[in-house]
Each structure stands twice: as C-alpha cells, then as structure tokens.
Design a protein around this ligand. Structure first.
Ligand SMILES: Nc1ncnc2c1ncn2[C@@H]1O[C@H](COP(=O)(O)OS(=O)(=O)O)[C@@H](OP(=O)(O)O)[C@H]1O
Ligand SMILES: [Mg+2]
Length: 335
C-alpha cells in the first residue's frame, strides 16, 4: 500500500505492534498461563500483560504523543504478591524484543493505557487479548488495536493467531491479520507474514435472511444465546450459529464466512467497552457491512472508555441489515 495514503504511518506501526504482541502470546501455553482474577472477576493472564506492554511500547516509539486507551493496568501486577507473574511477563516480552526492556519500563508501558478516551483528539484503543476466556480454552482470541480521532474510528487491526484464513472452524493455522483504514477498504493477511500481498475482503451479500449464517460469543454470560435464537427464528434464519470468542466474530463477518454477529446483552446495566468493538466495527463497515446497536444507533466511540450511548451490537452484511434489526426489535419488545 502506498505510503502517501492517509494513516499509512499509523497503520504500519499498528500492524507491527499487533504482530509483535501476537508472537508473544503464542509462546504462552494457554493451559499453563498464570492467571489473576480482576476486581470484576474476569481473568487476566501473562499473555494480556505481555501484549499490552509490547503494543504500548512499540506505538510510543513512533507516536509518543498519541495516548492509549487499553484494557489492563499494572496495579495488580505491581503488587509483591504478583512477583512471579511479573517475572513471567517480562520474560515473555523480552523473548520477542531485540533490545530487552526493564521491569520499570514494562510497568510504565502497561500504565500508558489509562487514557480516558472521549470526543476530541487522537488516541489508540487496545484490547491486548480480547477473548481471554477463549485464549485459556485454547480457542479464538484476538489482539485488537484501533485509532480514534475526534470520536471516529480511523484505523482498525485484528491479529487473530488461531483463526484460519478461511472459515470459522478451529484448526492448525498460522493465523489471520485483518486491517482497515476508514475509506480505504478492509484487507486480510497471513499473520506475521510482512511480505504477503493483502487480499481485499468483503462481506457476503446474502439474498435473504434464510441464506444467512450467524455467529455469537461462546460465553453465555457475555450475550444472550436465547435471545439470539429467538431473533434467528423471527428472521427465519435456519442455520445453527457459529460460536467464537473475541472480535474474530467481526473478522468472519467482514470476509463473508458469517453474515450476522449478534451481541444482545444478558442483563441490563452492562455497558460495552470501546476496546471490544472499535477495530472490528470499522473492519466490517469497510468490508461493506453495517454495524449498529439494538436501537439501530451507530456505535458512538466518543463517550469515554465505554459505549455509554449504546445497547448491544448487531453487525451484518448490508443486504440483510434491516430484517435483522427489525427482528431484534420485535423480539426485545416481547421480553
Ligand atoms: N457481562 C458481559 N456482557 C458483555 N460483555 C462482557 C461481559 N463481561 C465481560 N465482557 C466482555 O466480553 C469480552 C469478550 O467477548 P467475547 O465476544 O469474546 O465473549 S465470548 O466469550 O465469546 O462470549 C471480554 O473481553 P476480554 O476481557 O478482553 O476477554 C469483556 O470485555
Ligand atoms: Mg475484550
């Protein structure tokens, strides 16, 4: 891609950062990954901290003045009880760096991620290991990085180490990297193959919802499988859903391996985090798809670290967007 295109320098730095982080996470054995439970009881592992360190550090080299909104902070890692974990994270980080960093540099890099987000300026948005539960099960996860400017997502990268270049099935793979810049389309590459020619990807164009394939998260606590099934019945979707962790769901919709990603909240009160959606939503839109919340509103990334103005997520091929939104609203009206 020509270096004169808008956001070319940011894209290059972001892709390299994600590749570096993906290489580090691949060295962590999921079943033996040292894991902490955060205050919200969600898990965080050596891979999450290593990936956040590497992405934050790499971005700061080229763009020291662009702040970072990222999922993790170094508070738990800094405590004396976490010395063993801290040591493992530093080892993992330094195993992929030509010039090793120190413990203090690692903690500082992680804590660069505390930016508040919001409607003005430029900031990076990072989920270092999205789908941590999938990572721990040996299933899908993704390193997700976006650039937001004046509240709009301009750039999105998904590094998906366990996602084959085609299809939604698990299997031995070198992984996929999917990238989009606003107005420039969405592209896919083999993960970690810098030389490879990118392939432009597009959402499928199913003629009707009856031909459509939908996907959803694995964890029933993160979105309501029952409500998704009711929406599928209402919209006459006949195929069983594929279940995948992480923003790999956006990637498979963007390349036409699925047509619908539903994420309907299981309980009132959960507000989605911007790092769980920024990169993926742009990628689906740049592949020709549509993304909105259950009220049909565009996702508003300008409201801070969470999507304060939205409820749930619907990402679909554009040909079936309206019937899926209608079916969602009709089902939710009856609950
Ligand atoms: N209650 C609830 N509702 C909705 N979302 C929640 C909820 N709790 C957590 N999270 C966030 O879900 C992120 C993982 O999403 P997934 O799509 O991978 O979920 S699933 O496991 O496949 O169902 C996960 O991201 P990671 O922590 O990066 O894995 C969380 O940010
Ligand atoms: Mg996440």
């Amino acid at each position: 891609m020509s270096s004169t295109l808008p956001y070319a320098a940011e894209r290059l730095a972001a892709v390299t950062a994600v590749q570096l982080a993906a290489r580090a996470t691949r060295q962590v054995q999921p079943t033996q990954a040292t894991t902490l439970l955060k205050t919200d009881t969600s898990p965080v592992t050596v891979a999450d901290y290593a990936a956040q360190t590497l992405v934050s550090q790499h971005l700061a080299l080229s763009f020291p003045d662009i702040p970072l909104v990222a999922e993790e902070d170094a508070q738990d890692l800094g405590s004396s009880a976490s010395e063993n974990l801290r040591h493992q994270v530093l080892q993992c980080v330094n195993s992929v760096l030509a010039a090793p960093i120190t413990n203090d540099q690692m903690l500082k890099a992680i804590d660069r991620g505390g930016h508040a987000g919001g409607p003005t300026g430029k900031y990076w948005v990072l989920d270092p290991v999205d789908g941590t539960k999938g990572f721990l099960r040996g299933q899908q996860y993704a390193i997700c990085l976006a650039l937001v400017e004046e509240g709009q997502v301009k750039l999105g990268i998904l590094g998906c180490p366990r996602l084959p270049l085609q299809g939604v099935e698990e299997g031995p793979t070198t992984g996929s990297l999917v990238a989009a810049v606003q107005g420039q389309g969405a592209y896919q590459y083999p993960l970690n193959d810098e030389e490879a020619e990118g392939k432009q990807i597009h959402c499928a164009k199913p003629a009707s919802t009856a031909d459509a394939a939908f996907c959803e998260g694995v964890e029933a606590a993160h979105s309501s499988h029952d409500t998704h099934a009711a929406i599928a019945r209402e919209a006459r979707v006949t195929r069983a859903p594929a279940r995948l962790d992480s923003q790999c769901k956006y990637a498979v919709v963007a390349r036409g391996d699925a047509d619908i990603y539903l994420r309907i909240p299981t309980r009132p009160g959960y507000v989605e985090k911007i790092w769980d959606h920024a990169a993926g939503a742009l990628i689906v839109q740049e592949a020709g798809g549509k993304v909105c919340d259950v009220d049909g509103l565009p996702l508003d990334f300008s409201r801070g670290r969470r999507l304060e103005g939205n409820r749930g997520i619907i990402a679909t091929a554009s040909t079936i967007h309206s019937p899926i939104l209608q079916a969602t609203q009709s089902v939710l009206a009856k609950i």
